[in-house]
Design a binder for this molecule. Structure first.
Ligand SMILES: [Fe+2]
Ligand SMILES: [Fe+2]
Length: 358
């Protein structure tokens, strides 16, 4: 009895197989793109750098890294109650995000194989890494007596279509932000070993280097397609993707503050650190970065958090659907307004200082 109280119940599609979380605007997505346009990408202006990066992928530094060693041979029942729910949620979201990368890169490598072999090989090697990451996270769910049916997820989840240039911005940023998230957690736990309550975090140091290399690959592809990085349109889209990626992470993570606190992190400090670092990394390739020190930046994001709490409360209420929608509309408009205002904050021009160490 006491045991069942300490372990939160998860909805299952089969015994031990967790029902995937409902899709919302903030959940990890699966992507598809225009494979024909991607196949026609001419990479010749940056071919040497791409070949060098692919050579590094082939070395496969993490070939023997993802092994569930004796650290995992223990019970994790002491991670219980709300903390357990947050851990499972973290593992599920991370697994879904890594698996999303795998599916997209694998499909790209398959479709481009005979049309654009250089790009195809890069995608194939990155899909190898993402499969390992997703698999390792899924196995970690078994420490909590759960797993995700990735085949079911592949066929049941909606796919979002992005034009190739948007895929480049989005994947570049998600790889770099993934790198900074993993390394920031790792460094924190290295300094505070008493907070290291689950072994997966000990794998983040080498793991994040995969993400960093993936980000560098997209950096090199964008440089081979200068229209993605120069001109007014490129500046506006870079701004849009930076804001979307930072905003989504912030809203997601603040909702789950308990998870970061359970590792001894101060969630808002963690977010600022990851956003600052990713923004600076992006400045090595994007023509602009966001002014994240602007006094409105976090103020407006915090307003959205307040609004999201109200939206969640309406969602949980017993009102009829139409009434719920009526109540929600002004709140959606408020979030839209905050993001529009954030988008209009003057960005920082970094083109003149490209090539310098930021
Ligand atoms: Fe990954
Ligand atoms: Fe990656």
């Amino acid at each position: 009895m006491v045991d069942s109280l300490k372990k939160p119940a998860f909805e299952e599609i089969r015994p031990g197989v967790k029902k995937p979380s409902e899709d919302t605007i903030l959940t990890p997505r699966f992507y598809t793109t225009d494979f024909e346009e991607m196949a026609q990408m001419d990479l010749s202006v940056n071919e040497e750098e791409l070949k060098a990066l692919i050579e590094e992928f082939r070395v496969d530094y993490n070939r023997h890294h993802f092994v569930r060693d004796e650290q995992f041979k223990q019970s994790f029942d002491h991670i219980d109650g709300e903390k357990r729910r947050l851990f499972v949620e973290f593992l599920e979201r991370s697994c879904t995000a890594e698996f999303s990368g795998f599916l997209l890169y694998k499909e790209l490598s398959r479709k481009l194989k005979n049309r654009n072999p250089l790009l195809a090989e890069g995608f194939l090697l990155m899909s190898r890494d993402e499969a390992r990451h997703a698999g390792f996270l899924n196995k970690s769910l078994s420490d909590f007596n759960l797993s995700l049916d990735l085949g079911f997820l592949t066929s049941s989840k909606k796919y979002t279509y992005f034009k190739p240039k948007f895929i480049l911005y989005a994947t570049y940023l998600s790889e770099k932000i993934g790198y900074w998230r993993y390394i920031t957690i790792f460094r924190h736990l290295e300094k505070n070993p008493q907070e290291d309550i689950y072994p997966i975090f000990n794998f983040f140091e080498n793991w994040c280097q995969d993400e960093n290399r993936h980000g560098d690959f997209f950096d090199a592809v964008m440089r081979a397609q200068p229209y993605t990085l120069t001109g007014l349109k490129a500046r506006l889209w870079c701004r849009f993707f930076l804001l979307s990626v930072f905003g989504t992470m912030y809203l997601n993570d603040i909702q789950r503050t308990g998870f970061y606190e359970s590792l001894g992190l101060v969630t808002r400090d963690f977010e600022r650190e990851v956003i600052n670092k990713t923004n600076r990394s992006a400045g090595k390739v994007f023509p602009i970065i966001l002014d994240v020190e602007h006094p409105d930046f976090y103020k407006r994001l915090e307003k959205c958090i307040g609004t999201n709490e109200k939206l969640a409360a309406i969602g949980k209420s017993n009102s009829p659907k139409a009434i719920k929608l009526l109540k929600k509309l002004p709140l959606y408009a408020s979030n839209g307004w905050q993001f529009l205002m954030l988008y209009l904050v003057k960005p920082i021009d970094v083109q003149p200082i490209h090539g310098e160490v930021l």
